[in-house]
Design a protein. Structure first.
Lengths: 287, 287
């Protein structure tokens, strides 16, 4: 069942965007709006409507965890080429949720200390506690994406990591974490336009990095690496979702819908009081 | 100069709320609205107007830090009796800022590991990096508040801590952190009403803790401990602000104004490009 508050979906976002058998990234049109009627004004209305629903789910999830009623948590994993819109999603979708219930981590180039450990070491330390929505801006998948494209590790080590990731994510899922893996898919043409805008505006220069062009030259190699990631790590326990991202409104709405559907599946409930309400009323009155 | 976007202040929030020589907490009316014309609808309009201003300041601060142009950061320290509204401020004021620029920590009862270290050990680990707005929901001041009231440490250790805090905060300030220390001041009558509401509503039961009444019985001792905190740790480098908090709209607006004034004093600028814009335009066009 799709998010209750969002009226213009024709099907569940998690169904239509899920990477299943035979999926080919090359077949996805980055300007498409799968499962949604596709008008921008409808999308914006749906996004606004989803804010309150997400807000209540988050608070229920948090509340339920405080009473030991549940170990459930959510982990949103965001991967994308530069300028695909991760930042906008964190700002506009994640940013609409009470920050007290969110644990956000931006994974940068690994530090020497991080490199001295297994690639999952730094990830483990940032997993959401029960009741929280964890958000990874980049993740352990960098180690099989840039790691593969730039040959930062030997081929057999890259190979080992796909299995290690699946084992890791299965364990998280069994411990109560619902993992929502999202690749934001933009076209190279849209990226060119967005990088150009960063160059045109002095207040955007700080977001531009000459290295972005070097990465851009490797586009086909990155798409191959993503295709392999999908084939090797889109599991029943933790499937991937590819979100067309040339239209920012659709990408934001789709990620919000994926979060709503994950929370709906958890269906957290307000916990029962762990104290006698009548007794406490009397104590309060006498205080 | 007060926040540009907020029209109904008659003076700077940081001036009128600052704890100076001779300050007496007992003289502050928790229902008052110092420095603001005091109508709720004006306050709500000002709060909405401040959101965009805070948003731009935060982004400028973050951008400036990415270019090594500044070591500046902001640290908001929130202290209060239960139900005074810390959570609402985090949700509605801090929550309006891009989460990518915020580092929020809720300090709970110390763990055995934390207790095995000096009281500032866990605080150090959560200080904001340059460019960030750090937010402490409770803080090192717990160690001279509940620590004093509940005698969790010997008197001479409590005494030592005031000086240690001042040294610590002076060092932070010298390293570029602007510390905004806020005590939200509610009346015991307002607390009674708010705790009563938590008991009346099943969806608020999880926020109620029978221990809240035990703390409530110690109200005068807590007010004494706060008075001592103000006398000992409201320094030029890191002054305290007492925000009357019986009116939620005023407390939220005042904290937003304090943040805006701190950022205005830093006055972060968009950093200059560290690359040749023309060269990069050509590289992008050719890519």
């Amino acid at each position: 069942m799709s998010a209750k508050s969002q009226r213009y979906w024709t099907t569940d976002a998690s169904d239509i965007l899920r990477v299943g058998p035979g999926f080919r990234l090359a077949d996805v049109d980055p300007r498409s709006t799968p499962g949604h009627t596709g008008r921008k004004d409808h999308g914006i209305a749906d996004l606004a409507a989803g804010v309150d629903e997400l807000d209540e789910y988050q608070e229920r999830l948090y509340a339920a965890s405080r009473s030991d009623a549940t170990d459930a948590s959510v982990l949103l994993v965001l991967q994308a080429m530069d300028s695909a819109g991760k930042g906008g999603i964190i700002r506009h979708v994640v940013g609409s949720v009470d920050p007290q219930g969110v644990m956000l981590t931006a994974f940068k180039k690994p530090t020497p200390e991080e490199l001295a450990h297994d690639f999952l070491w730094r990830i483990e330390k940032r997993l959401p506690e029960p009741g929280f929505i964890g958000v990874f801006d980049r993740s352990h998948y960098e180690d099989v994406l840039i790691g593969r494209v730039r040959r930062l590790a030997p081929a057999d080590e890259i190979e080992r990591r796909y299995g290690a990731i699946n084992d890791f994510e299965t364990r998280l899922t069994e411990a109560g974490t619902r993992i929502v893996k999202v690749m934001l898919h933009i076209s190279p043409e849209e990226q060119k336009a967005r990088l150009g805008e960063r160059l045109d505006r002095p207040d955007k220069h700080w977001k531009y990095n000459p290295g972005d062009i070097d990465e851009r030259e490797l586009w086909p190699a990155y798409m191959d690496a993503y295709q392999t990631v999908f084939e090797r790590t889109s599991t029943d326990a933790a499937p991937w979702h590819v979100v067309p991202a040339d239209r920012k409104w659709y990408a934001r709405l789709a990620v919000q819908a994926l979060l709503l559907e994950a929370l709906e599946a958890i269906d957290p409930q307000w916990p029962a009081a762990t104290f006698d309400v009548g007794v406490e009323r009397a104590r309060l009155a006498a205080s």
